[in-house]
Design a protein around this ligand. Structure first.
Ligand SMILES: [Zn+2]
Length: 77
């Protein structure tokens, strides 16, 4: 019984923590969250499919679902 109460308490605590974290201005935060996600994505390093140079996803050129470090590698003129 006590164990059940403890588990229940932990679950409530976790749910509360998650809710508190995610609900920090959830209503007005969808745009902010998107922006933050984009910022995070910009830090992601991707490998050039041709020359294996790592380039940030933000600067990478995406062609046919692959990342390239430059237009030359992507074959774009
Ligand atoms: Zn390249």
């Amino acid at each position: 019984m006590i164990f059940k109460i403890l588990v229940f308490g932990v679950v409530v605590f976790i749910v509360y923590t998650l809710f508190f974290k995610t609900s920090r201005g959830t209503v007005q935060n969808s745009a902010k969250t998107k922006k933050r996600k984009r910022d995070t994505d910009s830090d992601t390093m991707v490998e050039c499919a041709k020359c294996s140079v790592f380039v940030s996803e933000k600067e990478a050129i995406i062609k046919d679902g692959k990342f390239y470090c430059s237009k030359e590698c992507a074959g774009v003129k």
